[in-house]
Design a protein around this ligand. Sequence first.
Ligand code: PTJ
Length: 244
Amino acid sequence: MHVTPDHPRYVSLSLRERLIQAHERGIVSIAGLIAHGRGEAFDYLLGEYTHGFAIDAIEAMAANIVLARHPVFVVNGNVAGLVAEDVVALSREAPLHLEVNLFTPSAGRTRTIVELIEGLGGVAHTPEEDTATLPGVSSSRSSISVFGLGSADFVVAPLQDGDMVHALKKAGMKTATIDLNPLSRSAHDADITVVDNITRAVPLIRDAVRFLKKRSRKELEVISRFDKEGALHEAHRSMTERYR
Ligand code: PTJ
């Protein structure tokens, strides 16, 4: 597909194309293409820009990343297909551990995503290196790496179907997600929810980490607190007001 930047839906169509190509390269699952459609619909309802409630969440997430002993960012097919480069840049800035964890895994897809990350200068954990089990996840995502999620105290798990964030919380970890759907289970279960497109959010998280690294622990502790219920309420209000 060829779209020029003057097309009114250029950004949205380019992202679609990026995901289709990532599917053809064995990174994104078929279910991932459907999941992207759901995200697109919520992005449309939100006006396709980063709201103030998302900026607040991004700052809180960044402060938690800087404060954490062992922060981990979960990479699935859609995350890799959309923002691999930005996620690797963030992981190097923080530093932050990356773990590839797939809903519909195959050895081939996990390897392809790890190679993509390595090709961009990053490092990724996979359950194969030394497997632990995350209780309460019914899918094969319950297999995690001892050195990644198995050691985490703060986890960013974006674009998830719900049980992952729930299980991580039950295991005692502080959690954050990025999800355009403010009604989703993950959005409600996570301690910090960034309601924004991951393609806009991750570069902003990196900027925030770079800035906050210079702050004192005391300041970071204040910034790391987040009113999630208030942010979700604002996201609902923004969607409904736009279409009233
Ligand atoms: O690669 P795999 O096998 O691990 O599979 C990944 C998917 C995404 C298929 C899997 O986790 C899944 O089924 O997810 P869900 O249940 O469709 O949930 C994904 C959530 O992410 C939904 O609430 C979407 O609205 C949201 N979403 C989709 N695209 C974006 C998004 N949120 C932020 N930015 C996006 N670009």
